[in-house]
Design a protein around this ligand. Structure first.
Ligand SMILES: Cc1ncc(COP(=O)(O)O)c(C=O)c1O
Length: 383
C-alpha cells in the first residue's frame, strides 16, 4: 500500500505514539479527575502533560485553556455554538470544510446571519472584501488555515488583524496545518484555535482540541461530570472543566502528546519542507502527463502538502479506485466534505471532484515515483 491520504488522517504514526498509547492502556489505567488514587492521578498527569506540550507547539502558556475534544469538528462546533446567538453575524470563507459550513448552516436556521467571502484557490484573496463585510452585529470571523482540497493557504494573519480592528474574535480551523506550519498564538491574531489530533499532530483518531484565549467564555455544548465541584448541579465555570464533560480519551491524549513531542523534536519546518518537496515531485511528475489537470497555483511551497488533480474528464472516485486496485495507491477522491471549495474550483458542478494526494514526511521518494507511474498507466488506459 502506498498511503497518500495523510490529509484525512496521518499514517503511519511514529513508534513513540504507539508506545505511549500502549503504556497508558497497560500501566496507567485510571480515569483522570475521578478519584484521588494513584491510577487516576497518573492518567491526569499524562493528560496535563499533553496540554503543556500543545502549549509549547502553539506558542501559548496556559494549559488550562487547552480543551480536548474527539476531533476538529467537535472543537469547531464548540466554538461556533459557544459564541454565536440569534441575531449575531459571522464572516467566513468560501473554502470551508463541512466542519464549519454545516454548523454555520444550522446556526443560520436559528437566526444567525452568515457572510461567505469568495476566494478561488490559486488566486489572490481580496482582503478588502473581508473588511467591508463587517456589520454592527458581527461577532466572529471563522476560516480554515489551508484548504483540504487544494492546500491553498489563507492570509490568516491579515484576516485576524482585520477581525481585531473591528473588535471581533477570530476562530481558526487548523485541521490541515497543525504540526506542519508554525502556529504561534503569541503572535498570530487568533483567539480560538481548533485542531485535530489525528492528522499533522500524528496522534490517534478520536483526539483533537480547542485552544481558547483567556478572556473568552464559551457556552458548553454538553454538560456533565467533570470530577470537580461534584456536589453542585451547575457546570463548573473554570477551564478546562467548563468545556470538558465526561471521561476524556486518556490513552488517545497520551498518544497525541507523544505525537506533539515527536514534532517538537523533529521540527515543524523540517517536516513541512520534506512534505512540500514530495509534493513538488508529484506536481512536476503529474504536470508531464498531458491529460492530467492540476488544481490550485503551482506554488507548491506556499500551501499545505496536498496535490489535487483529475485524469481528463474521468470521475475522480472511479480513477482513484483503479489506482488502488492496480497499484495499491491510496488517495482521497470526490468532494472531500468541502462542497463550497469544489464550487469555487468548478468541480462540484461537473460532479467530478478531484483526486487528492497528500504525502507525509514518512512517505519515501520511491513511493512518490510509484504513484506517478500508476497515474501514467491509468491515464493511458483511460484515454
Ligand atoms: C479543513 C478541515 N477542517 C475540519 C476537518 C475535520 O476534522 P476532523 O475529522 O478531525 O473532525 C477536516 C478534516 O479533514 C479538514 O480538512
Amino acid at each position: 500500500m502506498i498511503y497518500l491520504d495523510n490529509a484525512a488522517t496521518t499514517w503511519p504514526k511514529p513508534q513513540q505514539v504507539v508506545t505511549a498509547i500502549e503504556e497508558a492502556l497497560v500501566h496507567k489505567g485510571g480515569n483522570a479527575g475521578r478519584g484521588g488514587h494513584g491510577a487516576a492521578m497518573q492518567m491526569a498527569r499524562l493528560i496535563y502533560q499533553t496540554r503543556e506540550d500543545l502549549c509549547v507547539l502553539f506558542g501559548t502558556n496556559n494549559p488550562t485553556r487547552v480543551v480536548f475534544t474527539q476531533n476538529a469538528t467537535y472543537a469547531l462546533n464548540q466554538a461556533l455554538f459557544g459564541i454565536l446567538q440569534t441575531g449575531d453575524h459571522v464572516i467566513t470563507s468560501s473554502l470551508e470544510h463541512n466542519a464549519v459550513a454545516r454548523p454555520l448552516w444550522a446556526l443560520k436556521q436559528r437566526g444567525v446571519e452568515v457572510s461567505e467571502i469568495p476566494g478561488v484557490p490559486g488566486e489572490e484573496f481580496d482582503l478588502e472584501v473581508y473588511n467591508k463585510a463587517f456589520r454592527p452585529n458581527t461577532k466572529l470571523v471563522v476560516t480554515l488555515h489551508a484548504s483540504n482540497v487544494t492546500g491553498t493557504l489563507l492570509p490568516v494573519k491579515q484576516i485576524g488583524q482585520i477581525a481585531h480592528e473591528h473588535g471581533v474574535y477570530y476562530l481558526l480551523d487548523a485541521a490541515q496545518t497543525a504540526g506542519v506550519f508554525p502556529i504561534d498564538l503569541g503572535h498570530l491574531p487568533v483567539d480560538l484555535l481548533a485542531f485535530p489530533g489525528h492528522k499533522g499532530l500524528l496522534g490517534p483518531q478520536g483526539t483533537g482540541g480547542l485552544i481558547v484565549k483567556s478572556e473568552i467564555r464559551l457556552e458548553s455544548l454538553i454538560y456533565g461530570g467533570t470530577g470537580s465541584l461534584s456536589e453542585e448541579d451547575r457546570q463548573p465555570d473554570f477551564m478546562p472543566d467548563a468545556l470538558e464533560s465526561g471521561t476524556l480519551n486518556g490513552p488517545g491524549i497520551a498518544g497525541l502528546g507523544a505525537g506533539v513531542r515527536y514534532i517538537l523534536s523533529e521540527g515543524v519546518d523540517k517536516i513541512r519542507v520534506r512534505e512540500q518537496a514530495l509534493c513538488r515531485k508529484l506536481w512536476e511528475g503529474l504536470r508531464e502527463i498531458s491529460v492530467v489537470k492540476l488544481y490550485g497555483s503551482d506554488m507548491v511551497e506556499r500551501r499545505s502538502p496536498i496535490v489535487a488533480f483529475n485524469i481528463g474528464e474521468f470521475d475522480s472516485i472511479e480513477a482513484s479506485h483503479i489506482l488502488e486496485e492496480e497499484a495499491g495507491v491510496i488517495a482521497r477522491a470526490g468532494i472531500h466534505c468541502a462542497p463550497h471549495a469544489h464550487r469555487m474550483l468548478g468541480t462540484l458542478q461537473l460532479q467530478q471532484g478531484v483526486i487528492r494526494f497528500s504525502p507525509s514526511h514518512f512517505t519515501s521518494e520511491e513511493e512518490i515515483e510509484a504513484a506517478l507511474q500508476a497515474v501514467r498507466r491509468v491515464a493511458e488506459e483511460l484515454s
